[in-house]
Design a protein around this ligand. Structure first.
Ligand SMILES: Cc1cc2nc3c(=O)[nH]c(=O)nc-3n(C[C@H](O)[C@H](O)[C@H](O)COP(=O)(O)O)c2cc1C
Length: 202
């Protein structure tokens, strides 16, 4: 499938057939996430694959949306707050791979990094979560490619979901992504026009 076809065909799917999703397909989804870009190649995303009825029932108590735990699989998409501590290692890997060659970032003591403003807690969270969002959207698009449906879900209680998943404090749950074969075929949802979203051309 061409990328543009997947972009156009993707919908938020809120009704799933009971058919099982193969482990091979779940692996494909997670591999699409793995390949996402991230700031300083930090890759702060982490995933919990929820398949058993018992685990889904527990998870379901953390969201008011029953369709989440009714899906054959739910991928809980998380960030690891400790990923930021790996920035030095990630930069080293990037330099060794030649990714930064010919840029001011090539030098290990590059002032481009040392001059960066330090991030407060809210900015750090936003930074980690926006990196995770890219990986999550890779999942939703790859799912379309595989004939699967997904829905971004952020309506959940962070504490309840973390407890249901038995996650350590270092992790935050960004979104729950129910995955399954669509049991409805929704029309495209409304979108603003290009004229409405392009502020200006300079
Ligand atoms: C960041 C984000 C959070 C969302 N959270 C929820 C949610 O909690 N519950 C839900 O039913 N849909 C949720 N959605 C799905 C949106 O409602 C949906 O993407 C939007 O209405 C457009 O529909 P479409 O995805 O079919 O094009 C979320 C989508 C995004 C991108």
């Amino acid at each position: 499938m061409q990328l543009i076809e997947a972009i156009k065909a993707r919908r938020a799917i809120r009704q799933f057939k009971p058919d099982t999703v193969s482990d091979a397909f779940i692996k494909e989804l997670l591999d699409a996430a793995r390949l996402a870009p991230s700031g300083t190649n930090l890759q702060p995303w982490r995933f919990v694959v929820v398949k058993s009825n018992e685990a889904k029932t527990k998870l379901g108590e953390g969201t008011p949306l029953p369709f989440v735990s009714q899906a054959p699989v739910v991928i809980a998409c998380c960030v690891d707050s400790l990923a930021l501590a790996t920035v030095g290692q990630r930069l080293k890997e990037l330099r060794e791979a030649g990714a930064l060659s010919g840029t001011p970032l090539e030098e290990p003591n590059s002032s481009s990094f040392s001059k960066r403003p330090s991030m407060d807690e809210a900015t750090t969270k936003a930074y980690l979560w926006l990196n995770a969002a890219i990986a999550i959207d890779h999942i939703t698009l790859r799912a379309v490619d595989l004939g699967l449906g997904t829905c971004w879900v952020m309506m959940f209680d962070q504490d309840k979901v973390k407890k249901a998943l038995d996650l350590e404090d270092r992790y935050s749950v960004v979104a729950l992504i129910p995955v399954g074969y669509p049991d409805h075929n929704p029309a495209p949802r409304p979108r603003m026009t290009l004229d409405e979203i392009i502020l200006k051309e300079l």
